[in-house]
Design a protein. Structure first.
Length: 204
C-alpha cells in the first residue's frame, strides 16, 4: 500500500544509519550566519521563553537581516527544528555507536527502555522547542526532525511484536511533545516515565 508522502512513512527497508539527521552543508558565510542566528535564538528563548520571542528579535540579536532569517528558516518552527538538529544527532550517534544499553550490545528490551528514557530526557529539556516544531502544521511531527529514525529504531527493538511498525508508532505517540506537555503537570515526570516503560514491556 502506498504511503502519503506528507504523513508517517515506513522505513522498514532503510538501514537505520541512513535515517540519521545529516549535518548542514553550506558556504562559510552562511554557516557563520546560521551559528549567529541559532546562538541568538537559544539565548533569547532561554531568557524569555519560546512563545514570547519574535523572529524580528532573533534577527536583531544575531545581527542579520530579517530577509536572511526568513529565507533560511522560514518561520519560528523552522528555527526550533534547526536548534534541535544538533541535539538529535547526539542522541542518534549514541544509539548507533554508544555504549549499551542505549547503544548496541544489550538485549532489545533493555535498549528500548533506555531509548524511551533518553528520549524523555531530551524532550523534557527542550519541550517548548520540540512542541513548536511538531505542531507547526498538521502532521509536522512526522516530517520534521528525526521521527523516521526514532520510529525505525523502535521497530527494530520490537522483533516479537505482531506489527512492529504500527507498535512503534503507538509507542512514539506517547512521546509527542503536545501530549507530554498536557499531561506532565497532572501526572508528573516519574509517573510518566514508569508508564512509558510499562507500555514498552507490554509491546515486547
Amino acid at each position: 500500500m502506498a504511503h502519503d508522502s506528507n504523513g508517517p512513512q515506513s522505513a522498514s527497508a532503510i538501514p537505520l544509519e541512513l535515517l540519521r539527521t545529516p549535518p548542514p552543508k553550506e558556504r562559510a558565510d552562511a554557516a557563520r550566519n546560521r551559528v549567529a542566528v541559532l546562538e541568538a535564538a537559544a539565548r533569547l528563548f532561554a531568557e524569555h521563553g519560546v512563545e514570547a520571542v519574535s523572529m524580528d528579535q532573533v534577527a536583531a540579536a544575531a545581527g542579520v537581516g530579517k530577509g536572511t532569517l526568513f529565507r533560511r528558516f522560514g518561520d519560528k518552527s523552522g528555527l526550533a527544528a534547526a536548534l534541535l538538529d544538533a541535539r538529535e544527532r547526539v542522541l542518534q550517534e549514541e544509539i548507533l555507536s554508544g555504549p549499551p544499553p542505549l547503544g548496541p550490545g544489550a538485549p532489545a528490551g533493555e535498549r528500548l527502555a533506555a531509548f524511551l528514557d533518553a528520549y524523555f530526557d531530551y524532550l523534557l529539556e527542550h519541550l517548548a522547542l520540540v512542541r513548536m516544531s511538531e505542531t507547526a502544521t498538521p502532521g509536522a511531527r512526522y516530517r520534521i526532525g528525526a521521527y523516521r529514525f526514532w520510529h525505525r529504531h523502535v521497530a527494530i527493538m520490537l522483533p516479537g511484536a505482531p506489527d512492529p511498525e504500527h507498535t512503534a508508532h503507538a509507542l512514539l505517540a506517547a512521546l509527542a511533545a503536545d501530549h507530554v506537555a498536557a499531561l506532565l503537570p497532572e501526572l508528573g515526570e516519574q509517573r510518566m516515565r514508569a508508564g512509558l516503560l510499562r507500555l514498552a514491556r507490554a509491546a515486547m
